[in-house]
Design a protein around this ligand. Structure first.
Ligand SMILES: Cc1cc2nc3c(=O)[nH]c(=O)nc-3n(C[C@H](O)[C@H](O)[C@H](O)COP(=O)(O)OP(=O)(O)OC[C@H]3O[C@@H](n4cnc5c(N)ncnc54)[C@H](O)[C@@H]3O)c2cc1C
Length: 971
């Protein structure tokens, strides 16, 4: 249950390892100053769009380089530690939920984002506060207008003025207060400008294509900060393992040289004179930067329609001034306080200080409780960016005191944005200006890729400005990054590379034994890898990547060994390894993720049944399963037979379940069921054969990642322990043979049935069988093996299919039985536990090695799979054709595995020592490694798993390479 690698990964191992490039006409692809660093894509700018593009490319296994001019990621997302937490100098909220990638990423990753409730007040410059009902009515109305723009095309100023005046006419207390109406309109102008970054609401158009996403508009990352989004995108959040991306900060791109010539790569030059090349470049710099640099940044110049789009679109400016105080002096709770200037006060303000009348109030950041944020837009923001801090602090404090009274203290610190002065942004976000008739078309023109003569995209454009409907937002920027990455992935699919690679460089011989070899002329290979399973393939690919000549030999007629995915039912099922166990530092998990294989977590919901056909109450079943998981996760303080340890714990636990505490029948049955469960995990025959203290270390992360319909389809290592006797000439040293005999290999088999329709309750994915004593005793001796089937699971990869699990001696016995017997007995078993209505299966699965033909070769130590090489039966070349004839896996009868996976036996005093001895290379007199050993059994901590096998293949490849490098052996 813990083991093996898929064919998908294998192909990707090659692609990733060799950095295979399709159409390798790109002789200089990915060259950094002459160093071979193959990049498929370079992303210029690492804000929300750039990082999203980079992450999508990396997850799809592409070599991608991100170049960012600043010393940090994020661009217009900028979270800084300030006050008693964090504040946002750029983007602050996630606007909307429906189809929002940012919202989804936050929720999926368990970030406890919170809605910032919209509590506000309206104050006037004489220090009075508008009554709350009127204030709420006015503000709610303004916000509603923003969400439902005019049908006809006009400026926002005209439209809002008309609507607000109409609205106030219905408020009796204000209807005739022309002073207030004028003053409120001036405030509303500033307020509306915040949405666009416009200088004046007469600059912005009402018929914008901008679309709000449904859902709340004020989701806040509060103390986590918007920066968390970047950790999530790059798989670093929550101690994630990261992504294989190359990110270079402080790399300001000064020119991008591209060509229509399909043979030539794009070269990117930075201000520090470094250059990088790639097949495509995704440009994500802001519209402000493009406006300033389109003439110098691209060589040759961009097409006219692109330049026209850059010129015609508008970017606005929104700035924040954030003050922190020793303590909050404003009334709490509050989201924002809005400032309405009285005409007579405004006229007294000097021209130089007029800007102080243009911030529309302040909001309270959610991430730092003792701070306030003042907002400025347009020309005012640009002007204030040029003023020194002390002037800004003094003038703002004077203004705030005017609205709140003289008791307002001086701030203790200030931090300010300067999005316009910043040469890397030159503005805050884009808006649809009133002067622009077809901004959607201009945005589409800005987004359009620049193709070469072969229609391959040389330059691609992402960034909020290129989003026709969601511009000016983070989610809009993320969408464009993903959009451009997907475009590249579609026009340049990875599968083509694999084929090119396999056909040109590696021969995959299918008959009678598959070989993978890297050509080496007449000289001997550097390394021969025996057995092409997870570890063998990993070793082979690492060596080949390092330019070594390698030969891989596999006795079976297929690659994969203990990983075996077969087509069955409506999809595929795994006859061998099924899940990726754990995430952190798992090479299999990383390969899957890196290559964008959509693996899925399989959730297990268990239903427990007794042999009298009754079902254990859901709550109790859940409690029992949780208990089992807890015990299995716990670290016992002494080594004893596992069954003794578990039984003691269970007896303690049972006393807390009144319904079952006196049911001895249940107790016996459940212990037997748990015994089988442990046997499946450990591939043991009985839980008392294994020690309660295991050296196995679980990798952190979810333990049940499934390849579902894609299948684990991978190659695998030939079991070394089964071959030592005759394979090596001269024989192996004694300590190695002794290690082989010490490490124990167990047997886990699957019996897989498919049905026309599902007859089980589909909310459960595992059904456990608990025997009553009377029923157990009634089972005939020849059917005793069926008692060891502890239940069945439902695979993710095929509908209407179930997998029954059997281990140890029972599994070995089952392998020798004719298929109709296995089928009949299993159906009887299912009917006993789940009811007589259960139908016959319509098909079953086999990976039979003609059990009777090889079992008699097995000696006393057959459990460890020792056989004589000369007696190896000819493998059946037509494996797959048999796959609906016989009903089970036969990992023990299979002479090329002789078992499922290894465990630490109770009688083994130093299992780790034995594994290390098994792993030790055999050296010649000049200390050169002549024989090296990989495979799950040689992994001291991660044995019995695919990721453990992969680790050992990589480990031995590294050993060989170190030796070859040190001895100066040339390639
Ligand atoms: C004050 C403010 C408040 C905002 N509030 C919100 C909000 O609440 N919610 C919301 O959804 N959105 C908000 N936004 C908008 C949001 O921040 C942007 O839409 C989004 O972050 C833009 O991402 P981007 O990747 O398109 O561009 P950017 O973030 O600008 O990324 C471009 C990157 O390119 C880099 N770069 C520039 N020139 C070069 C060069 N020559 N070489 C290499 N790198 C270069 C820049 O340094 C930058 O990192 C706000 C923005 C601001 C400024």
């Amino acid at each position: 249950m813990k083991g093996l690698v898929s064919i998908v990964s294998i192909l990707h191992i090659f692609c990733v390892s060799y950095g295979v490039l399709s159409g390798d006409n790109f002789s200089n692809v990915g060259i950094e100053n002459g160093t071979a660093t193959p990049y498929d894509v370079i992303v210029v700018g690492l804000g929300a769009a750039g990082v999203s593009a980079l992450a999508s490319l990396a997850r799809a296994g592409r070599s991608a380089l991100g170049l960012e001019a600043a010393g940090r990621l994020g661009g217009r997302v900028r979270t800084v530690e300030f006050g008693r937490g964090v504040v946002e100098l750029g983007a602050e909220w996630i606007h909307g939920e429906n189809s929002s990638l940012t919202y989804e990423l936050a929720v999926k990753n368990g970030v406890p984002i919170r809605i910032q409730s919209y509590d506000f007040e309206l104050r006037q410059s004489d220090g009075t506060k508008l009554d709350q009902d009127t204030a709420e009515d006015l503000m709610t109305y303004c916000v509603s207008l923003i969400g439902s723009p005019s049908e006809e095309r006009e400026s926002k100023g005209r439209y809002f003025t008309r609507k607000i005046v109409e609205h106030i006419a219905n408020i009796t207390s204000l209807a005739n207060d022309t002073d207030f109406i004028g003053e409120f309109l001036e405030f509303a102008n500033q307020f509306v400008n915040l949405y666009d970054g416009s200088d004046d609401w007469y600059d912005a158009a009402t018929d914008s294509n901008f679309e709000n996403l449904a859902g709340n508009q004020d989701w806040s990352w509060h103390t986590f900060g918007y920066r968390t989004l970047f950790d999530i995108l790059l798989n670093k959040y929550n101690n994630g393992t990261g992504l294989p991306v190359d990110i270079k900060l402080n790399k300001e791109v000064s020119s991008i040289q591209w060509s229509k010539d399909a043979e030539r790569a794009v070269t990117v030059r930075c201000t520090d004179e470094t250059t990088y090349s790639a097949k495509s470049v995704i440009v994500t710099v802001s519209l402000g930067v493009l406006k300033e640099r389109y003439n110098t940044l691209f060589d040759p110049k961009l097409p006219d329609e692109k330049i026209n789009a850059i010129k015609s679109l508008t970017i606005g400016v929104v700035d924040k001034i954030v003050f922190s105080y020793d303590s909050a002096w404003w009334p709490k709770p509050i989201f924002a306080s809005s400032f309405v200037w009285k005409g007579e006060h405004k006229t007294n303000i000097t021209k130089e200080d007029l800007w102080t009348t243009k911030f529309d109030g302040f909001s309270v950041p959610f991430g730092s409780e003792n701070c306030i944020t003042l907002w400025l837009t347009g020309e005012t923001a640009k002007l204030v960016e040029t003023l020194p801090d002390d002037v800004v602090i003094r003038k703002c404090t004077e203004t705030i005191r005017r609205f709140f009274g003289p008791q307002v203290p001086e701030p203790t610190a200030v931090i300010r944005s300067a999005w316009y002065s910043d040469p890397l942004t030159r503005g805050s976000y884009t808006f649809d200006s009133v002067n622009m008739t077809d901004s959607a078309r201009a945005r589409a023109a800005l987004a359009a890729p620049v193709l070469d003569d072969a229609d391959f995209p040389k330059l691609l454009f992402a960034g909020e400005a290129t989003n026709q409907k969601h511009f000016s937002t983070v989610h809009g920027a993320v969408e464009t990054g993903v959009r451009e990455a997907e475009y590249v992935l579609n026009v340049d699919p990875l599968v083509v590379r694999t084929q090119t690679f396999l056909s040109e460089d590696v021969k995959f011989l299918t008959q009678p034994s598959p070989c993978l070899y890297i050509q080496n002329g007449n000289t001997p290979y550097d390394v021969i890898v025996v057995g092409l399973g997870a570890s063998g393939i990993s070793a082979l690919s690492s060596l080949a990547r390092a330019g070594r000549s390698v030969l891989g030999l596999e006795a079976a007629d297929r690659l994969g060994g203990r990983v075996r995915t077969v087509e069955f039912g409506t999809g595929i099922v795994e006859v061998g390894a099924e899940w990726i166990h754990g995430e952190r530092s798992s090479p299999t998990f990383e390969l899957a993720v890196k290559n964008n294989v959509p693996i899925r977590k399989q959730e297990f919901k268990t239903s427990l049944h007794r042999s009298d056909g009754s079902q254990i109450e859901n709550e109790i079943a859940e409690d029992l399963i949780n208990f089992c998981v807890q015990v299995m996760d716990s670290t016992p303080d002494k080594a004893e037979p596992y069954g003794v340890f578990f039984t003691r714990k269970f007896e303690e636990h049972l006393s807390s379940i009144p319904a079952l505490v006196n049911d001895t029948d249940f107790k016996d049955g459940f212990l037997e069921f748990s015994n089988r469960m442990v046997d499946v995990l450990e591939a043991s025959n009985d839980w008392n054969d294994i020690s309660s203290v295991q050296e196995y270390e679980m990798l952190e992360g979810d333990q049940q990642w499934s390849w579902h319909v894609l299948g684990y389809r991978t190659l695998f290592d030939l079991l070394l322990v089964s071959l030592h006797d005759t394979l090596f000439d001269p024989k192996l040293p004694e300590e190695k043979i002794s290690a082989i005999n010490t490490v124990e290999i167990g047997v886990v088999d699957k019996i897989i049935f498919s049905y026309d329709t599902k007859w089980w309750q589909s909310e459960y994915s595992f059904f456990g069988f608990i025997w009553n004593n009377r029923d157990r005793n009634g089972v005939a001796e020849e059917d005793a093996w069926t008692r060891k089937i502890y239940g069945f699971s439902t695979p993710l990869g095929s509908e209407n299919v179930i997998t029954l699990w059997v281990t140890g001696e029972a599994a070995k016995h089952m392998e020798t039985l004719p298929e109709d017997v296995v089928r009949t007995k299993c159906t009887e078993l299912l009917r006993k536990f789940l009811g007589s209505q259960i139908p016959e299966p319509t098909a079953m699965i086999s990976m039979l090695y003609v059990a009777s033909g090889c079992c008699h070769h097995i000696g006393d130590n057959g459990g460890k799979g020792v056989i004589n090489n000369r007696q190896l039966p000819t493998p059946l070349l037509q494996h797959e054709r048999l796959n609906v004839q016989a009903p089970r896996s036969t990992w023990y009868s299979n002479p090329l595995t002789r078992g499922s996976y290894t465990h630490d036996g109770i009688n083994v005093t130093d299992p780790t020592g034995a594994r290390l001895t098994l792993a030790a290379p055999l050296l010649d007199t000049a200390q050169a490694p002549r024989l090296l050993f990989a495979g799950e059994a040689t992994n001291p901590n991660h044995y019995s798993t695919v990721h453990g096998a992969v680790e050992t293949g990589l480990r031995e490849a590294r050993n060989v390479l170190n030796h070859l490098e040190n001895s100066g052996t040339t390639r």
